[in-house]
Design a binder for this molecule. Structure first.
Ligand code: FAD
Length: 447
């Protein structure tokens, strides 16, 4: 068969993209290396859409939860992953959890029933020079293809490990304690939010870092390099009592206006400072500079809430460090997930810098729809950015800060803010706005 599209990778994103294309009558070749005797270190089967770890698609609450809303929008788009999850569902309260074997079998059966789709068990080692292609090879893309992608994108734009600093929702930071300033601020730019610590607070915080329970690297991640710029904060803390105060918690040049006195009208320097930097264009998300960490998530929440100004912080993302192949998408991809330097190639799934099964499948879904539109001569319109699909797509394809780009789950911090709505009603307000706004866009999906 002559194919309209070549999809590389039969995981969450690749199978969803393949489904969206094949059900519209387009001819698809889906290449998957598992089944040839080769597997990534995390995969354990040859099944398509294998869930490599948890069996949960997280919250299914589409009224108060961003990932639940994403489920809802994907269902409206006829998602294969959501349909297979419904058939494989197991009890898990308000979460959507599945029997992983049934789930993969459902995905395989649905794709096998598509006459215009061939699943080919083969490893692809180079980016195709021509022909519409979707690369959905995931966080553990095989080495030769990763190298070929690195050559096409520039090695600096393809990461092999993430180094995730926690991200805080701006409206949960106490600005009566924290303040905006840049180091040696002369008043022109005040780019950072600064959280001050006195000596006792700093010492206790460092002890918390040292004592806190950490996640361990998987065997095949053991060689994770700690580049100077992304050493875990707890490793830095181990190096000496003052290492952090000379590193990411350096207080010098940061006058704290909350301590202003007639003698010191600009305020004094704190003993140590935690700095947060804006992480998205909307200004709703702020990352804790230099705070990449292997501390367990519950431990991070507990310890980081001891930082003055962050006592009530809500986290859009917690810190981590993993093996993870991903592109600097905000720079490399256009708004349709196409490589700017080679627009016949689209990327989908975790390799674009989204994070999670659902997000990966959602980006696969959009890549499938975009490619179908391109092949049928239509004009693509992106989902409104007030929807979960649109917010995620906008973040990946340009709205995230490229300098600090790291894998991201869907969360309400990616949505245009609703400052006039009371905080406790905001989640419902985001989801009702999304549900109203997605309706007109769905007409495009139906065609
Ligand atoms: C160890 C680990 C644990 C994770 N746990 C979770 C979790 O619990 N919950 C969660 O939501 N997310 C988790 N993730 C994150 C992520 O959501 C999943 O990895 C998700 O499967 C990504 O979907 P994807 O389609 O982008 O990639 P994948 O599902 O990994 O699919 C990529 C496919 O491409 C194939 N492939 C790779 N290279 C080639 C090649 N050169 N030629 C042909 N085929 C190729 C692979 O065999 C694979 O089947 C985890 C990730 C890792 C690495």
């Amino acid at each position: 068969m002559v194919y309209d599209v070549h999809i590389i990778g039969g995981g969450l994103a690749g199978t969803e993209a393949a489904w969206q294309l094949a059900r519209r009558g387009l001819r698809v070749r889906l290449s998957e290396m598992r089944g040839t005797g080769e597997r990534s270190p995390a995969h354990q089967t040859d099944a398509l859409a294998e869930l490599v770890c948890s069996n949960s698609f997280r919250s299914d609450d589409h009224e108060k939860n961003a990932v639940g809303l994403l489920h809802h929008e994907m269902r409206l788009c006829g998602s294969l992953v959501m349909a297979a999850a419904a058939k494989a569902q197991v009890p898990a309260g308000t979460a959507l959890a599945v029997d992983r074997d049934v789930f993969s079998a459902e995905v395989e059966a649905a794709l096998a029933a598509q006459p215009m789709l061939d699943v080919v068990r083969e490893r692809v080692d180079t980016l195709p020079a021509a022909g519409l292609t979707i690369v959905a090879t995931g966080p553990l893309t095989a080495a030769a293809l990763a190298q070929s992608i690195g050559t096409a994108t520039g090695a600096d734009s393809l990461a092999f490990f993430d180094a995730i600093a926690p991200i805080v929702y701006h409206d949960t930071i106490d600005m009566d304690v924290a303040w905006m300033a840049s180091r040696w601020d002369k008043g022109e730019t005040k780019d950072y939010i600064n959280c001050p610590m006195n000596r006792d607070q700093y010492v206790a915080f460092r002890e918390g870092l040292l004592a806190g329970e950490k996640t361990v690297f998987k065997e095949w991640e053991a060689n994770t390099p700690y580049f100077d710029g992304c050493m875990p904060i707890e490793v830095m803390a181990e190096r000496g009592e003052d290492t952090l105060r000379f590193g990411p918690m350096k207080p010098v040049g940061l006058d704290n206006p909350h301590t202003a006195t007639p003698e010191h009208p600009n305020g004094r320097w704190a003993y140590a400072v935690v700095q947060l930097r804006q992480d998205n264009k909307l200004g709703t998300l702020w990352n804790m500079v230099g705070f990449q960490t292997k501390l367990k998530h519950a431990e991070q929440v507990r310890l980081f809430r001891t930082i003055p100004g962050l006592e009530n912080a809500e986290f859009a993302r917690l810190g981590g460090l993993h093996r993870n192949t991903f592109l600097n998408s905000p720079v490399l991809l256009d708004r349709q997930l196409r490589l700017k330097s080679a627009p016949h190639v689209r990327f989908a799934g975790q390799i674009t810098g989204c994070e999670g099964y659902v997000e990966s499948a959602a980006v696969g879904l959009m890549a499938g729809l975009m490619t179908a539109t391109e092949l049928t001569g239509g004009e693509w319109t992106s989902p409104p950015r007030t929807t979960a699909l649109g917010a995620l797509l906008s973040h990946i394809t340009g709205d995230a800060e490229a300098d600090t780009y790291q894998p991201m789950n869907v969360n309400f911090g990616l949505f245009p803010p609703l400052p006039d709505v009371k905080k406790k009603l905001r989640k419902e307000a985001y989801t009702s706005r999304a549900k109203a706004d997605i309706e007109p866009w769905l007409a495009q999906v139906a065609s």
